[in-house]
Write a protein that binds this ligand. Structure first.
Ligand SMILES: [Zn+2]
Length: 342
């Protein structure tokens, strides 16, 4: 019996309890009536008086050891539970998390900057419908009957004959202004336009344009040049140079493509400007007399210029963005980068 008691003492001393279930197992084994300790007390009942006295003391020591250990386990588990509770309570003295404010979309930010520049030199703002009839989108702008832009591959038609389409440019807004206002006209038309193009890093079927129109007596090509020169210096910096290349549009004569000196390499040559030092930003020209006539403006008395630019293109040049699709993919990592632009 002595040996058995020594064995149990060692077992109790080395016992480890981590959970409430383990504590219950311990209690069943060493504390309860049917425990090994209880069994030993039962065995002692039938022993001699001498042994009873001697072993009684030893068994009582074992019983006390088991109970002390039990109290220790209970207290440890209690502390553990309290610690866990404390950990799950947030630290109320910490400062609160900052509000996650969104950012203005880069396209809208660029649009606002362009509007601001032209408003300061007397241009007002005009807007029009995105679903247009043939007259406002094509015919009034001197598009010949067989012009490729009218064809299915370029234009999203909603109805044919009479043609109703998603506008392919914001020039349609200028037609509406010319119909309703008398010169002098100085207006800027920003907005969304649609063309049936395959989506790639450089093209999209939905994009934004901003077009300008100035009609008055004695408006010359010189005014067009100076206005655009002022604009690019304001937007891209005062050292920006401007270059016109002859081009053709149905609604202007003469027509030009407008380039600016590359704002990234400052004209030295880089992969954005394809090592030419120049990047195209849009088209422009003197309003074709046929366009003035179509809106009942006398081309003998009045002349004017018009220009158009893609807002995506301008934004890509301003922030060195190399893929147009980023604007519409709603990737928060991309949009977050524009938090601080104004
Ligand atoms: Zn460059």
């Amino acid at each position: 019996m002595k040996e058995k008691v020594e064995e149990l003492k060692k077992e109790i001393e080395g016992y480890i309890v981590g959970t409430a279930e383990e504590l219950e197992q311990y209690r069943m084994k060493f504390i309860s009536r049917k425990s090994v300790v209880g069994d030993l007390f039962n065995d002692l009942k039938s022993a001699d008086a001498e042994i009873k006295r001697e072993m009684g003391r030893t068994l009582n020591e074992l019983k006390n050891l088991a109970q002390d250990k039990f109290k220790e386990f209970v207290s440890d588990l209690d502390n553990k539970a309290t610690d866990q509770k404390l950990e799950s309570v947030p630290d109320l003295t910490l400062p609160s998390a900052a509000d996650q404010l969104g950012a203005q979309h880069p396209i809208l930010a660029t649009k606002a900057r362009i509007i601001e520049i032209f408003e300061r030199i007397g241009f007002n703002l005009s807007e029009g419908p995105e679903i247009e009839d043939d007259w406002h989108n094509f015919s009034a702008l001197n598009f010949p009957e067989n012009h490729p832009a009218r064809e299915m591959q370029d234009t999203f038609f909603i109805e044919r004959d009479p043609d109703i389409a998603l506008r392919t440019h914001t020039s349609s807004v200028q037609v509406r202004v010319m119909e309703n206002e008398k010169p002098p006209i100085r207006t800027l038309s920003p907005g969304r336009v649609y063309r049936n193009e395959a989506i790639s890093a450089r093209a999209h079927c939905v994009f934004h344009q901003v077009e300008g129109l100035y009609i008055d007596e004695n408006v010359s090509f010189k005014d067009l040049k100076q206005t655009l020169y002022h604009f690019v210096k304001e937007l891209f910096g005062k050292d920006t140079k401007i270059r016109f290349r002859p081009s053709f549009f149905p609604f202007t004569e003469p027509s030009v493509e407008v380039d600016i000196s590359c704002n990234i390499c400052k004209g030295k040559g880089c992969n954005i400007c394809k090592y030419t030092g120049w990047v195209e930003i849009g088209g422009a020209g003197m309003v074709d007399p046929n366009v003035l006539k179509a809106s009942n403006i006398d081309p003998e008395k009045y002349s004017g210029f018009a220009f158009g630019m893609g807002i995506e293109r301008i934004t890509m040049l301003l922030y060195q963005i190399n893929d147009l699709r980023l604007f519409t993919e709603n990737d928060v990592r991309f949009l977050k980068q524009f938090k601080n632009i104004k």
